[in-house]
Design a protein around this ligand. Structure first.
Ligand SMILES: Nc1ncnc2c1ncn2[C@@H]1O[C@H](COP(=O)(O)OP(=O)(O)OP(=O)(O)O)[C@@H](O)[C@H]1O
Ligand SMILES: [Mg+2]
Length: 265
């Protein structure tokens, strides 16, 4: 069974075309990177898979059924690009992670020992045990991302959708989340993750989708990172300004913002 099948998906916001005839088949047990410029349609694709935006045209199947059905069964976890949370709202890290269990609670709607165990285990996996009682609004941005990843783990979802989980996250948190995503993948789960950290893509992803309102490439990371492919995604199919496409080989360019090799010199 495929994790996600997208067939001829077109999404408009009023007059704005966000996605145009997107076809995509994502197999289970893979970490799939979703790359593209600001405004390329990455968040729109996540929202469409979640059934949160209505397509103009096209069809989406999640784990063999309708997206709403997969969500109702708790099979899909979503970490949106920005969680709109009221920082004064008194919910702890533990409360947030426990939300991952709500879909599977019985008629009493109370957490059982098994649920509590899953919540604590998920908090431990993201390294937040010491902060479990802290209010979510009192965490740093990176810690908060980890808390939302923990919610997805507690949920025991088959498909994890992570929209820029590394934005504003330090290298330690990024390494921790990356390791965790590989573990989840090795358990047979599917991870679709958008990122602007091109330098981290080869180590993170099993495959890459380059998106520019439509799918311009889907395949192995090394091929995706070829300059002419990246240019398609980052400059557009007409290649008007290929000179400014990001370098796929940041180590070769010490002045490049993505260069991390300086640490090792
Ligand atoms: N709620 C909205 N109303 C109107 N237009 C929107 C809305 N959300 C997104 N858009 C537009 O749809 C297009 C795709 O946006 P989307 O947020 O999916 O891009 P993205 O690839 O996630 O970008 P980023 O890297 O900045 O997060 C853009 O042109 C954007 O301006
Ligand atoms: Mg986005």
């Amino acid at each position: 069974m495929s994790a996600v099948v997208v067939d001829g998906l077109t999404v408009h916001y009023g007059e704005v075309l966000a996605l145009s005839s997107v076809d995509l088949r994502l197999e289970e047990g893979r970490v799939i990177g979703l790359l593209g410029t600001n405004g390329a349609g990455k968040s729109t694709l996540f929202n469409a898979v979640m059934g949160l935006v209505a397509p103009t045209r096209g069809r989406i199947e999640v784990l063999g059924g309708a997206s709403l059905d997969a969500r109702r069964r708790g099979l899909v976890a979503f970490v949106p690009q920005s969680e709109r949370i009221d920082t004064d709202f008194p919910v702890s890290v533990r409360d947030v992670v426990a939300m991952g269990r709500y879909g599977r609670l019985g008629i009493t709607r109370r957490l059982r020992a098994e649920d509590r165990g899953a919540v604590e285990a998920a908090i431990a996996r993201v390294g937040l045990s010491a902060l479990a009682d802290r209010q979510i609004g009192e965490l740093s941005g990176g810690q908060r991302k980890r808390a939302f990843v923990a919610r997805g783990i507690a949920q025991d979802a088959r498909l994890l959708l992570l929209d820029e989980p590394f934005a504003g996250v330090d290298v330690t948190s990024q390494a921790l989340i990356t390791r965790l995503l590989h573990e989840l993948r090795d358990e047979g789960r599917t991870v679709l993750i958008s990122t602007h950290d091109l330098a981290g893509v080869p180590a993170l992803c099993d495959e890459v989708v380059l998106l520019h309102h439509r799918v311009v490439f889907h395949g192995d990371p090394a091929s995706a990172m070829a300059p002419e492919r990246l240019a398609l995604a980052f400059v557009g199919p007409d290649g008007a300004d290929a000179a400014h496409a990001p370098s796929p080989h940041p180590a070769a360019d010490p002045a490049h913002p993505l260069d991390r090799s300086g640490e090792h010199r």
